[in-house]
Design a protein. Structure first.
Length: 377
């Protein structure tokens, strides 16, 4: 494992690309080089911790502890694992060791105060469910990607404001400004239609056309209101479902044109943002009405079969829900334009991040990323 690889792993960790960190560190060809590397094990452990893979995180931290016993970052990381399990007594022991060496350690002080005031089993579980527990994880520092996106978002906001002022709310001719993280995108408030705009929002009933959904004016307004709400809450999958419902309905063309413009400003979910927003969609829901979920980004787990490389691309079948080899919820064709690296291990469960496409009424998944748990020693 070269120093350059570890430096890339640090960069990915700071950018919150946790699954990429694991993939990079696991792909090392010469494990002897990093067998005694504290930096390797602590980096891999922290990435697993933020991914929620606490078993692998604990294994990595134990390996790191054999190399360096009193590192404060390691002690805090191990302490929070005990805290997550409800073993507050062991967590306190580790935090006391940290404070003996660093009396002003903010993480240890904050965690000790949490245990003192809220250290019950129920409170710890609430902190885990809400994500509050992560404030006791080793800090990652500022995310350089977020800093860049804030800058470009501000720039985009200025550009959008000028365009809104000059050409009105439909923004005809505006260039698509795509942002990869759903939480860092331009303000969309200026893109929404008003209540007055939505008056008589149905097509003329004499107009020709076949619609999947025939909606009343009130139903169209309600669905459009949900688009606004979900977009504001960064639940872009939920917003996209309502947009698809309206696009497949008898809503008038001006409403649909506005929705198509809005879609161009949506970002694409990552593993992290899906977890943050609770915006994932279950396979069973998509299977009922695939067209309604067209374009949504989902994270589904299972195993793969019938894998086949085609040039640089890779396709296979995803057996959704089969990660424990007990029950298959469904078979979904999965396609990657660029074969994932490292390659999918068909002997292990896999979690896939993919974009829903529909062909002849059947679900297809266009792969964006994969995650497989650490191999057990």
């Amino acid at each position: 494992m070269s120093r350059g690889t570890l430096e890339r792993a640090h960069s990915l960790l700071q950018r919150r690309k946790f699954s990429h960190v694991i993939s990079l560190l696991e792909s090392g060809e010469n494990p002897e080089i990093y067998r005694e590397s504290f930096d390797y094990f602590i980096t891999a452990g922290i990435a697993c911790l933020y991914l929620g893979d606490t078993g692998s995180a604990g294994a990595y931290f134990q390996r790191a502890r054999r190399i360096r016993l009193t590192d404060s970052t390691l002690l805090c990381a191990q302490a929070v694992l005990f805290l997550r399990r409800g073993d507050t007594a062991r967590a306190i022991e580790y935090y006391v060791d940290v404070l003996d060496a660093e009396p002003d350690n903010k993480i240890a002080l904050s965690a000790m105060e949490f245990i003192r005031t809220r250290g019950t089993y129920d409170e710890v579980n609430r902190a885990i469910d809400s994500g509050e527990i992560e404030k006791f994880y080793p800090p990652l520092g500022p995310n350089p990607d977020v800093i860049k996106r804030i800058f470009f978002s501000a720039l985009a906001g200025i550009i959008l404001a000028l365009l809104i002022f000059n050409i009105g709310k439909f923004f005809s001719g505006i260039q698509n400004f795509h942002i990869s993280s759903s939480k860092e995108r331009p303000d969309l408030s200026g893109l929404f239609l008003t209540v007055d705009d939505l008056k008589n929002s149905q097509k003329n009933k004499s107009s020709a056309g076949t619609y999947t959904y025939f909606l009343s004016d009130d139903e169209i307004k309600k669905s459009y209101g949900l688009v606004k709400k979900y977009s504001t809450d960064y639940k872009e999958n939920a917003a996209r479902v309502e947009i698809n419902r309206l696009l497949l309905s008898n809503a008038d063309e001006s409403t649909k044109a506005n929705l198509r413009i809005l879609l161009t400003h949506f970002g694409e979910h990552t593993f992290d943002s899906l977890s943050d927003t609770d915006d994932n969609i279950a396979y069973r829901d998509v299977a009922k009405e695939p067209d309604l979920y067209l374009g949504c980004i989902v994270s589904w787990s299972g195993r793969v079969s019938n894998g086949m490389s085609e040039g640089n691309s890779y396709r296979c079948d995803l057996l959704v829900g089969y990660e424990k080899m007990e029950r298959v919820e469904g078979f979904v064709p999965l396609f990657f334009e660029e074969a994932p690296y490292p390659a999918i291990d068909v002997e292990r469960a896999v979690t896939v991040l993919g974009k829903i496409e529909v062909e002849n009424g059947k679900i297809l998944l266009k792969g964006r990323a994969i995650y497989q748990p650490i191999k057990q020693n």
